[in-house]
Ligand binder design. Structure first.
Ligand SMILES: [Zn+2]
Length: 320
C-alpha cells in the first residue's frame, strides 16, 4: 500500500490483516476489513491519512506477551488446519498462525510509527483482539495485539502510564486480567453487563489487584443502553484517566456496541465512537504528546463496522 506524506494519522490496513477471519459463515469473517475500507474510500478519508502496510510480528515480539508453549500450540493447529483453539468460539484453519501474527505486526507498525513521530495517531481495523490471554485463545482472538503493544511500550520505550479504553460490547478480559496487578496499564472498560453477555466478567468491583488497585475501571452497561447512557458514563471514564495523566492512549473501539449487532444487545450509535475518539485525542494532546492508537475490535454488523470505525478515523484526522 502506498504511503502518503504529511498526515497526522496513520492507518495500517491491507490484505495481510484482511485474511484474519474465520471461514464457514463465522461472524468474524474475512470480509470485515473490506467493509471498513470501502467506507473509508467513499468518504475520501484514505487520502487524508498516512497508509502503512502490515508486517508479520516475530516470535520474539509475540513472546513479549504470550507464553512460548501457547505460540507453539497455535503454530501446530494452524499447520494441521482443523480443530479448535479454545472451547468452541475460535476454530483453527490453515494459516491462522500467520494471519494472527500479521495482526500483531500491524498493531506494532502503528505503535512504532507513533513512537517515532511519523504519525501522531494511528488506526488498525482488524486488531484489538482483547479476549486472548497470555496462554490461551478466546472469543475469536488468537494473539492479543494490544497486550504485545503494551509490553513493547513498557520495555522498549520505558512508558509506565498507558491508558487502555475499551468500548467494545464485550469486556476486554484478555487485556484486563493480564495486567490486573500492573499499575502501568490504566484501564477504563465500558461494556454490556457480564450477566447478559460473554465473557461474563468486568463487574464494577473489579478495580485491579495489589499495586494496581484503583488503576482499573469497569463500567457495565445494561442491555439496550444507548448513546444517552454512554455519554452519561463518559465523564467517569475521563476523570479516571485524567487522574493518571497517561503517556500513551489506546482505544479499542469495537463496533459491536452499536444497535443492530447480531451477537450483542447494546444500542449505541457511531456518534458514541466519534465522541470517545475526539475526547481521547484531546486527552492525548494534554498528557501524551498526542500519542493515541485505536484498534477496530469486534463488530459483526458490516454497516456498523464501516460507520463506527470510519468515524474514529475521521475524529483522528480532524483533531489535527
Ligand atoms: Zn466484542
Amino acid at each position: 500500500m502506498a504511503e502518503t506524506g504529511g498526515a497526522s494519522t496513520c492507518v495500517v490496513a491491507g490484505e495481510r490483516i484482511a485474511r484474519y477471519g474465520f471461514p464457514d459463515g463465522h461472524p468474524f469473517g474475512p470480509d470485515r476489513h473490506d467493509a471498513f475500507w470501502r467506507e473509508l474510500v467513499a468518504g475520501g478519508l484514505d487520502q487524508r491519512v498516512l497508509q502503512l502496510a502490515p508486517r508479520r510480528a516475530s516470535r520474539a515480539e509475540l513472546e513479549m506477551f504470550h507464553d512460548p508453549g501457547y505460540v507453539d500450540f497455535v503454530a501446530a493447529r494452524s499447520a494441521a488446519g482443523d480443530g479448535l483453539l479454545d472451547g468452541g468460539d475460535t476454530p483453527a484453519f490453515k494459516g491462522v498462525f500467520e494471519a494472527a501474527c500479521d495482526v500483531v505486526g500491524a498493531s506494532l507498525v502503528a505503535a512504532q510509527a507513533v513512537m517515532e513521530g511519523r504519525a501522531r495517531r494511528g488506526f488498525v481495523p482488524i486488531a484489538g483482539l482483547h479476549h486472548a490471554g497470555r496462554a490461551h485463545a478466546a472469543g475469536f482472538c488468537v494473539f492479543n495485539d494490544i497486550g504485545v503493544v503494551v509490553e513493547m511500550l513498557k520495555r522498549e520505550h520505558g512508558l509506565s502510564r498507558i491508558a487502555y479504553v475499551d468500548i467494545d460490547a464485550h469486556h476486554g478480559d484478555g487485556v484486563f486480567y493480564a495486567f490486573e496487578d500492573d499499575p502501568a496499564l490504566i484501564v477504563a472498560d465500558a461494556h454490556e453487563d457480564g450477566r447478559f453477555l460473554y465473557p461474563g466478567t468486568g463487574a464494577a468491583n473489579e478495580i485491579g489487584t495489589g499495586a494496581a488497585v484503583g488503576s482499573k475501571l469497569n463500567l457495565p452497561l445494561p442491555p439496550g443502553a444507548g448513546d444517552d447512557e454512554f455519554l452519561a458514563a463518559w465523564p467517569v471514564i475521563e476523570s479516571h484517566l485524567e487522574r493518571h495523566a497517561p503517556e500513551f492512549v489506546i482505544l479499542q473501539c469495537g463496533a459491536d456496541s452499536l444497535a443492530g449487532d447480531p451477537i450483542t444487545h447494546l444500542g449505541l450509535t457511531e456518534d458514541a465512537h466519534a465522541h470517545a475518539a475526539k475526547q481521547l485525542c484531546a486527552m492525548a494532546d494534554r498528557h501524551a504528546a498526542g500519542r493515541i492508537l485505536a484498534f477496530g475490535g469486534g463488530g459483526y454488523n458490516r454497516r456498523n463496522i464501516a460507520r463506527a470505525w470510519t468515524r474514529v478515523v475521521q475524529a483522528f484526522v480532524e483533531a489535527a
